[in-house]
Ligand binder design. Structure first.
Ligand code: C2E
Ligand code: CA
Ligand code: CA
Length: 362
């Protein structure tokens, strides 16, 4: 560093460098920062010898300019921090400048996080129900899909908020709400002649599944609503079973002990390991809609679907196809011995009153 520059260690492996007396023109100042930053990175890349061992290290630098602008130091550090994470993301050992577009994205996410909190408090979430049918088209149950009735009168689909909810941990209270709401509805169906046999599938997020009290919470819900546990089906995804697979199988076995059903959602989209499949107590495999979409036109997808169904049969698991939209898709799946279906061909996700009015005993 030059004399007059400031270097500080904020904690852990994070350092701050403040460069003063840069050029007045922003673009030139940025170039100066870049040169100095590259020098720092190169220096950090030098090998270190500690005793007999050679160690290598690298850094990621985030930079922000404050030429002449009045900004508080915390704001500046936040900007540098954002840029640093961006540098890490693009592969480390690099320098990234903070830019305002990035800030806009981050601000929008922060605003959405706040709105999600309010949504929970104000009961803006709702479950939609999409019918699942058997081979001959008779309804056998439904999947509960969350919707957010946004205060500015639009309905938000999960794609727009589930991943943020997962990152922020808000998925825990949201998922808890969804599970409880689903159990309440399922309890209501048990007195209806036509719906009493319906099995309701609920999506469980990885974080929810990993909560130590997840199994106990579920037990409490089942007791509270006096549910037949076999009418509740939890949809899990492969990635959550693969990380910490020992823990995952302990949780799954505890869930089986309660008597709920377990389904493997989005099957085929991540690393499907036959090794774990045969050890896990799964009742059902749900073939991902990406394979169904092109099943009638792409021979490869048709072959994959056929293999998945044969495998499920061999492992004595049930199989359901999701995203079935056309009669051609259904016919092909039927030929391959698929046992259950879900998709627009049979019904879209519906608010509970509409769903019940279609299926309840008149
Ligand atoms: P998913 O579990 O794979 O849900 C199936 C998605 O496919 C749903 O989107 C559904 O509306 C849509 N879909 C159904 N039939 C068809 C069809 O024939 N064609 C096409 N193209 N799409 C169809 P949705 O409701 O937007 O949900 C998206 C994802 O959000 C879900 O994917 C699930 O991963 C997540 N999600 C939904 N509800 C919850 C929840 O309560 N908790 C958690 N953790 N995740 C949820
Ligand atoms: Ca699902
Ligand atoms: Ca799915």
């Amino acid at each position: 560093m030059r004399e007059g520059d400031t270097v500080a260690r904020l904690g852990g492996d994070e350092f701050v460098v403040m460069l003063e007396n840069l050029d007045e023109q922003e673009i030139v100042a940025a170039e100066q920062v870049e040169v100095i930053g590259e020098k720092i990175l190169a220096t950090l890349c030098n090998p270190y010898q500690l005793r007999q061992q050679i160690f290598r290290s690298s850094g990621s630098i985030g930079a922000t300019l404050f030429c002449g602008q009045i900004q508080d130091s915390e704001e500046l550090l936040k900007q540098a921090d954002i840029a640093m994470y961006q540098a890490k993301k693009v592969g480390r050992n690099t320098l990234r400048f903070f830019d305002h577009k990035m800030q806009e994205v981050i601000d929008a996410r922060a605003a959405m996080e706040e709105q999600l909190r309010l949504a929970l408090e104000n009961g803006q979430f709702e479950l939609y129900y999409q019918v699942q049918v058997d081979r001959v088209g008779l309804p056998i149950g439904a999947e509960a899909l969350i919707r957010w009735n946004h205060p500015d009168h639009r309905m938000v689909i999960p794609e727009e908020f589930i991943s943020l909810a997962e990152e922020t941990g808000l998925i825990l209270p949201i998922g808890r709400w969804a599970l409880s709401e689903a159990c309440a509805k399922l309890a209501g169906w048990s007195s209806d002649e036509k719906m009493r046999k319906f099995v309701l599938a609920v999506n469980i997020s990885a974080r929810q599944f990993r909560q130590t009290d997840f199994v106990d919470e579920l037990k409490a819900l089942i007791a509270k609503y006096a549910l037949d546990p076999s009418r509740l089906k939890l949809e899990l995804t492969e990635s959550m079973l693969l990380e910490n697979s020992t823990e995952a199988s302990v949780t799954m076995n505890a869930l089986k002990e309660i008597g709920v059903q377990l389904s493997l959602d989005d099957f085929g989209t991540s690393y499907s390991s036959l090794q774990y499949l045969k050890h896990l107590p799964l009742d059902q495999i749900k073939i991902d809609q990406s394979f169904i979409r092109d099943i009638a036109t792409a021979p490869n997808d048709a072959a994959i679907v056929q293999a998945i169904i044969a495998m499920a049969e061999a492992l004595r698991m049930d199989v359901i196809a999701e995203g079935v939209e056309t009669e051609a898709q259904r016919a092909l799946l039927d030929m391959q011995n698929c046992r259950a279906y879900q998709g627009y061909l049979f019904g879209e996700p519906l608010p509970v009153e509409k769903f019940e009015s279609l299926f309840k005993d008149a």
